[in-house]
Ligand binder design. Structure first.
Ligand code: 13P
Ligand code: ZN
Length: 310
């Protein structure tokens, strides 16, 4: 399979590792999809049917996968892109194919039985309807967060980002932290940036944070779409995280970084008797990291520049 080299010369595989791309008989994108489900479950982020995953296929993926698709007459009916009675037209996704986990399906079961627990949907030429072309054997629908995923892709594509993956996980440390901290992006971003030096490299734009909302609701889809325009990781208070990426690694890595650092912060705070830890990364150090890696830091999240002007 093809592999490109990144700036440091390391081989970069579109779906994960060389092993993913070499799994016999499976389209490579499905192998990457299955591996992320297994990795997320192993991390403890997917109790029962908690969490969901989608992948927007490339033309090459569609060519690889097409022999397994249902014949034209056996494909599911076209259904509107809708949640709770609200319909959407997303022309940027017109004609796309996406792999998506099934609603009520357990991510832990995707690697062992992908065609029962995930499906491939095709979007119509208007970007307003979808139909099943593979998988979800035995019936059922794509994730109840499908509209949120699709609107997430739409937001990222509109922003010029070649988004391929939308991943929602029920990460315990993030959920625990959200029982303690108000849903304010600046508070969350500073807490995590200042707890572990490399956080600012993974999300220099900061975190998006949505207050509590009903899962699968149009309100949550709206808020998430707005936040994903400018952020790659969004915290859903008292629920989990949703992250986007141009690859499985990028989306998984972003969730992993935020969740691990939320755990570090909670542990440090508990060890300090519940008070803010005294020795955290400073604004000057955050700037130094971003200078070194040529990253544009979200100035609104820093205190130092603000002190001079306020
Ligand atoms: P689904 O099983 O419909 O994907 O829902 C799980 C979930 O985490 C909703 O937020
Ligand atoms: Zn959820």
């Amino acid at each position: 399979m093809d592999a490109d080299a990144n700036a440091s010369g390391a081989r970069v595989f579109a779906y994960g590792t060389a092993a993913d791309e070499a799994r016999e008989g499976l389209p490579a994108c499905l192998a990457g999809f299955m591996r992320l489900c297994a990795d997320g479950f192993a991390q403890g982020w997917h109790e029962a049917n908690g969490g969901n995953l989608s992948y927007r296929m490339t033309p090459r993926d569609v060519d690889d996968f097409a022999p397994a698709f249902l014949p034209e007459g056996a494909r599911g009916p076209w259904r509107p892109i809708a949640t709770r009675g609200v319909t959407y037209a997303l022309p940027r996704l017109a004609g796309s194919h996406l792999i998506v986990t099934g609603s009520g399906r357990f991510l832990r079961n995707v690697p062992t039985d992908p065609s029962a627990n995930a499906g491939v949907i095709q979007i119509d030429p208007a970007g307003a309807a979808w139909r099943l072309v593979w998988g979800l054997v035995g019936g059922g629908s794509p994730s109840s967060e499908l509209v949120t995923h699709l609107r997430g892709y739409d937001a990222r594509l509109a922003a010029g980002d070649d988004c391929r993956v939308v991943y929602h996980a029920h990460c315990p440390n993030v959920v625990a932290l959200s029982t303690l901290i108000r849903p304010d992006a600046r508070t969350w971003t500073r807490m995590l940036w200042r707890s572990m030096t490399e956080c600012v490299i993974v999300f220099p734009e900061g975190l998006g944070v949505a207050p509590w909302m009903v899962p699968g609701s149009p309100e949550l889809a709206d808020a998430t779409r707005d936040l994903l325009r400018t952020h790659r990781v969004v915290v859903w208070s008292l629920h989990g995280i949703i992250a986007v990426g141009t690859s499985f690694d990028e989306a998984f890595g972003a969730v992993h970084t935020v969740e691990k650092t939320a755990g570090l912060y909670l542990a440090a705070r508990a060890a300090n008797g519940g008070a803010e830890p005294p020795r955290m990364v400073t604004d000057a150090q955050l700037r130094a990291v971003c200078d070194r890696y040529a990253l544009t830091i979200n100035e609104d999240m820093l205190d130092d520049g603000r002190l001079a002007t306020r």
